[in-house]
Design a protein around this ligand. Structure first.
Ligand SMILES: O=C(C[C@H]1NCCC[C@H]1O)Cn1cnc2c(c1=O)CCCC2
Ligand SMILES: [Mg+2]
Length: 511
């Protein structure tokens, strides 16, 4: 059996790597480390997301564009103050053929510096606002850290939206609209719950004004993971790139436009694998599964007469046609030389949400047998109802997967009012909501205070608790109820901090 050889709880990183490889989602690019091949199963998920997101932003008046892959050091210079921290991640082209380039060019790690000189050229009057452009592309960031498929790769697919507005309010409104769409990608398509909030000063995009984020949760190790970001850039970039309009209310004077930028990447696929997968492999939410239902013929063997075999094939083909007509992505597995049991394992490994078995016994009862991938529940469906029942079953699976993940996240998001409870909570795979003063130095200190120093000498490698300290994940828009925190009065939870708490902030060990 080609199944998964390591259990998810035993060794999560090894489990994850095996699942994405054996489920045919991805291939390591042997030639250069840190790069991966995205195969049809993964691309189907990305394309479902792209279709859904595109339909929504088109409705908002966002246009699609395609800017060049390369940027010059000159335009990079303009945003040097916040890029210098990222400089080690830039990949440069220095030669063409056997000739050195006069001026080396960088491969885009993101496209602000590529796009904004043209924003400056195109945006003259307030009538040119709002300008709303998005591009689907790939970017390169030469990560120094260990890479892993989808979650941290040196090249990744994403969309990057870049918009310009006349006022802070107009920009701010869009920031939240886009963030809500990112939450929708997770909650509607990937069956994943997210917490919406704002990043602290430490965690926001340094070049921006403020960052909003959707944060997901990985139950297996209790870590938070950033799922998508929608930034208000304020006027920072319009000042760097001289993007102004004449003030409609005051002829002769100019306003620097207010900008947003927002991005969602193929990291979302990694989050989906980590949260939903199990020891048999992938578990795909039906909305994004390439194959939603697999029909496996059973009960046919060497003694089956050709007539019965033909009859059986026709019946399976008819069931499949009915499912296709009902809008279900259904396939039939006619591979010879493999037992039904082998086929069941293979499709479970690939995460197909629903399996249908059909053999002479089922035919005699005019039913088809089903098995859900998420719960393993089995049952039968009258052939006459197969179109409607399978559609309904797939919706139930989608909802159940979401609510299972939502319950798990909610139960592991603990409100903490005593500093001594923080580390035990983190070690018990929780993220925490704590009263926090919002000061960056205080946040740094809490990271240090929660970094495990002993490396647990007598604990086997894959059972060691993560040792990294907790980072702030976001300031949730939905602040927890309860009067334990009176902003400006309640003490910040950091025992060394003299400051007053401003809000509940979600902290956790994170990716
Ligand atoms: O990319 C962004 C901001 C923004 N870019 C567009 C999409 C949304 C959002 O990610 C932040 N950022 C992250 N990483 C890097 C850079 C960088 O600006 C620039 C240098 C290389 C690494
Ligand atoms: Mg980075």
């Amino acid at each position: 059996i080609i199944g998964i050889t390591v259990s998810k709880d035993e060794n999560f990183p090894a489990w994850y790597q095996e699942v994405v490889l054996k489920a045919d989602m991805v291939e390591y690019y042997q030639e250069i480390s840190g790069f991966f091949v995205l195969r049809p199963l993964a691309m189907h998920v990305w394309n479902e997301i792209r279709k859904w997101f595109t339909a929504h932003i088109e409705g908002m008046g966002v246009d699609e564009v395609s800017f060049p892959l390369f940027l010059s050091s000159k335009s990079l210079e303009k945003e040097k103050d916040h890029v210098e921290g990222f400089a080690p991640e830039l990949a440069w082209v220095t030669k063409a053929g056997d000739k050195d380039l006069e001026v080396p060019v960088a491969i885009r790690p993101t496209s602000e510096a590529v796009m904004y000189p043209y924003y400056s050229k195109w945006i003259r009057s307030h009538r040119d606002l709002p300008l709303r452009l998005n591009q689907w592309n790939s970017v390169v960031r030469w990560e120094a850290k260990q890479t892993t498929p989808f979650l941290r790769t040196r090249e990744f697919l994403w969309q990057e939206g870049h918009t310009a507005h006349l006022t802070e309010d107009l920009a701010g409104k869009e920031v939240l609209e886009i963030l809500e769409l990112y939450a929708g990608v997770y909650e509607q398509l990937l069956a994943l719950p997210v917490v919406r909030g704002r990043k602290t000063e430490n965690e926001k995009f340094a070049g921006g004004y403020y960052t909003t984020t959707v944060e997901a949760y990985v139950p297996t190790n209790g870590r938070g993971i950033q799922g998508g970001t929608s930034h208000c850039l304020g006027q920072n970039f319009s000042k760097m790139f001289d993007i102004t309009v004449e003030d409609p209310g005051n002829k002769g004077s100019h306003i620097h436009v207010w900008q947003n930028s927002w991005g969602l990447s193929t990291r979302v696929i990694g989050v989906m694998v980590m949260v939903h997968g199990d020891d048999k492999g992938l578990v795909l939410p039906p909305r994004v599964a390439k194959v939603q239902t697999i029909l496996v013929p059973v009960g046919i063997n060497k003694s089956t007469t050709p007539g019965d075999r033909k009859n059986h094939e026709d019946q399976v083909a008819e069931i499949r046609a009915t499912l296709k007509k009902a809008g279900v992505r259904a396939e039939a597995d006619w591979r010879e030389g493999y037992t039904p049991a082998w086929k069941f394992n293979d499709w479970e490994l690939k995460g197909v949400p629903l399996r249908l078995e059909f053999g002479p016994k089922d035919a005699a009862k005019e039913v088809v047998s089903y098995a859900r991938r998420d719960t393993g529940e089995k049952g039968t469906i009258p052939i006459a109802d197969v179109g409607a029942k399978v559609t309904e079953l797939l919706e139930i699976i989608q909802k159940d997967m979401y609510s299972k993940a939502e319950t798990s996240f909610r139960e592991h998001r603990l409100k903490i009012t005593k500093w001594g409870d923080v580390l035990p909570a983190l070690d018990d795979k929780n993220v925490v909501l704590i009263p926090f003063c919002l000061d960056g130095k205080c946040e740094d200190r809490m990271k240090e205070l929660t970094t495990r120093v002993d490396d647990q000498p007598d604990v086997p490698e894959n059972h060691k608790l993560p040792s990294m300290g907790m980072k702030s994940l976001c300031i949730p828009f939905d602040q927890p109820a309860g009067d334990e925190l009176v902003p400006g009065e309640t003490a910040c939870l950091n025992p060394e901090c003299k400051g007053k708490a401003q809000s509940w902030v979600m902290f956790g060990r994170s990716y």
